[in-house]
Design a protein around this ligand. Structure first.
Ligand SMILES: Nc1ncnc2c1ncn2[C@@H]1O[C@H](COP(=O)(O)OP(=O)(O)OP(=O)(O)O)[C@@H](O)[C@H]1O
Length: 377
């Protein structure tokens, strides 16, 4: 239909009197829409103003082409570029993590977003759960957010519309019901709270006080959805992006930035590439946690949590990885959980209190392999 409209304009050359054409969400424009605008612009001589964010271009499957944004001059001619870098929704700590994450793809336009919102210590929470326990895991996190922030709206996001099914038991005693028409998640005990479930695509432009993202699993239909980079699909879709999972990365960026406060990532046993990458890149940030010792990540496998375990021989306590036997990392110093300082040198040990000839200091648990120390005043 759009192509037909363009042809009609070319044929009939209507007299337009527009002085300005303003396009919002320009990052999602397709060639056919662009050609339509081009014709109207040429006939009217209107000034073109395009507003958009290439970090949020997520409609390639529907024909949009990010090169119309990134190669703007090639398609539009001489232009002036202005940046809006002040943001009002997310905390600076979240912006720092998400901006680094999205700009790892050097094809994305480099930007430096800033926030004046108050500091948030842990903007992203990684929650591991077993798929047999999915319902309980989701309800626990909702309870946690309500305990922290009160009855504020919660947006639950899935990569696919069916991602929610894993959390709904097919028995009459299921505590979670999903009303597809209204997007409402009705959860026993939380009837007063506005909880919605939608896909990340649908969440574009929306926001909520708190966000939970489902399905961070390493699977063909996980997040990233691995089918999107299929070479066969590239034959049908526009623009071949070299960066692996470039579009899925932008989609994940959209998911992470819908929150006004924190975002919870629900990760089943096989953590997705994106979840693992975030943890690896921000290990320092995510390991400092006093209140939730059980969420300290294992510095070896990065995706397990360090848990207190008992040695059955001598009943001594030690820390073991939740992914044992997959990961057999242990630490004898359980005080690591109280004050977690990941070693900045080897990044696989923790800094623990030691005493030496010159007094107390922090030394790496990997000593003698790692000799990193921090002086204590
Ligand atoms: N000048 C401002 N002062 C205070 N708050 C603002 C201002 N501008 C926008 N906001 C708030 O910031 C939030 C995000 O605004 P808006 O949805 O317009 O941004 P956006 O750029 O379209 O975001 P996105 O593209 O990520 O969806 C909203 O809650 C809005 O009310």
């Amino acid at each position: 239909m759009i192509n037909q409209a363009t042809d009609l304009i070319k044929e009939n050359k209507p007299q337009y009197t527009y002085q300005h054409i303003i396009i919002d969400e320009y990052q999602d424009i397709s060639y056919s829409r662009f050609n339509l605008i081009k014709e109207i612009r040429e006939l009217s001589g209107a000034r073109l103003i395009c507003v958009g964010d290439d970090w949020q271009s997520i409609y390639r499957f529907a024909g949009s082409d990010i090169s119309l944004f990134s190669n703007f001059e090639k398609y539009v001619g001489t232009y002036e570029q202005l940046f809006i870098e002040q943001t009002y929704r997310n905390s600076q700590s979240l912006i720092d993590i998400t901006s680094n994450y999205i700009q790892k793809n050097k094809k994305q336009i480099q930007k430096n977003p800033k926030s004046k919102k108050k500091h948030l210590e842990n903007p992203i929470n990684f929650v591991y759960y077993s798929q047999d326990n999915a319902e309980e895991a989701l309800i626990n996190e909702i309870q946690g957010l309500i305990d922290k922030n009160g009855n504020k709206p919660i947006l639950v996001l899935g990569r696919h519309s069916f991602d929610i099914n894993e959390f709904i038991k097919l028995t009459p005693n299921s505590k979670i019901k999903y009303h597809e028409r209204s997007d409402k998640l009705e959860i026993k005990g939380f009837e007063d709270v506005d909880i919605k479930y939608i896909t990340v695509h649908k969440s574009k432009g929306l926001e909520a006080d708190n966000v939970i993202v489902l399905n961070l699993k390493n699977h063909l239909l996980g997040f990233p959805n691995k089918m999107t980079d299929d070479p066969m699909l590239s034959l049908l879709l526009s623009d071949d992006e070299k960066y692996r999972f470039a579009e899925e990365r932008r989609l994940f960026y959209v998911a992470l930035t819908r929150t006004k406060n924190e975002v919870v990532l629900l990760i089943p046993n096989n953590a997705s590439l994106f979840a693992e990458e975030l943890i690896t890149d921000n290990a320092f940030l995510f390991t400092v946690t006093d209140e939730k010792p059980s969420k300290t990540n294992c510095p070896y496998c990065k995706t397990g949590q360090l848990l207190i375990r008992h040695n059955s021989f001598n009943n001594n306590q030690f820390l073991g990885c939740s992914h044992y036997p997959g990961c057999n990392q242990t630490f004898n110093n359980i005080e690591i959980l109280e004050k977690t300082i990941l070693c900045s040198s080897c990044r696989s040990g923790f800094m623990t209190k030691r005493s030496g000839r010159f007094g107390n200091f922090l030394g790496c648990t990997n000593y003698p392999k790692c000799t990193n120390t921090i002086k204590l005043q």
